[in-house]
Design a protein around this ligand. Sequence first.
Ligand SMILES: Cc1cc2nc3c(=O)[nH]c(=O)nc-3n(C[C@H](O)[C@H](O)[C@H](O)COP(=O)(O)OP(=O)(O)OC[C@H]3O[C@@H](n4cnc5c(N)ncnc54)[C@H](O)[C@@H]3O)c2cc1C
Length: 285
Amino acid sequence: VPIEPPVSSPRSLDEAYALLAAEPYRPMAGATDLLVQITGELGPPPERVLDLWGLTELRGISVDGDRLRIGALATFAELRTAPEILRELPALAEASATIGAAQIQNRATIGGNIVNASPAGDSLPLLLATDAELVLGSGRGERTVAASSFWPAYRETARAADELLLRIEIPLVAGRTVRYRKVGTRRAQAISKVVMALAWRVDGAGPGWREVRLALGSVAPTPIRARRTEQVIEGYPPSDQVAARARDTLADELEPIDDVRSTAEYRRTVAARVLHRLLRDEGGW
Ligand SMILES: Cc1cc2nc3c(=O)[nH]c(=O)nc-3n(C[C@H](O)[C@H](O)[C@H](O)COP(=O)(O)OP(=O)(O)OC[C@H]3O[C@@H](n4cnc5c(N)ncnc54)[C@H](O)[C@@H]3O)c2cc1C
């Protein structure tokens, strides 16, 4: 039997909030995750679906002072090419290009990636590494949750049932560099075995890496920061020794699982090597 829950398509955010306040709805953005989950094989199908696609309030990419604002409905195709992203956070354009392939990128939204809360969601480590803030809204008002608190446990989020993710706000930090790496089976349509984002800043105080943020996906039940490894990089100028110590610390710090995509040992080894290579590339030797 086909599963066809009723779909409501509000024309404004206020209309969406009113619907959500009255009855439980499953929000739907690009539906690239939702339609896979709607068959009922992976859990109970949604009773009612709230189609967000027409909500212009959830669109737009802009720079406001020292913040990059990204509407939850921004698709990865938009993020690949938006001048603001290419200028301010090119690593996000790069990450967007690795998600699915062109057809998926045309529909898949960053908000859907965030709320779907897969540990393999490719944009999530970048949001952790850049101290992103997630703005949620409901008829009760808006609130902001740090990306670092948004995924408390496997496939769980800090979102309440009547809340929508409205936008992502990323602080733009002078002198910051952000790098992204994804390891999958193919160059397209691959679920990550390891996904990594590394951010750091250089300042006048010396040649060292500062404000180091190392975040990973697909190596734990949620996207994570590798804080112990960050500490062995923080403050040091690039060198062979620091790169090697960071590699060994990360291999020790991660506790990935075995699953159908790869073994824990593979993930640990690959994550450590990817970090090693990244630090060496950036160190310039
Ligand atoms: C063939 C294929 C390849 C894929 N490849 C990748 C890949 O390489 N990397 C990757 O990370 N993912 C991949 N995905 C998964 C998926 O495309 C992404 O997670 C995508 O970002 C989901 O966005 P969406 O807009 O389609 O979300 P939807 O399917 O519409 O929604 C996903 C979840 O988020 C909720 N939701 C969506 N938007 C909001 C909002 N604004 N407020 C509140 N709740 C909301 C929905 O209720 C649902 O629970 C792939 C999927 C397919 C089918």
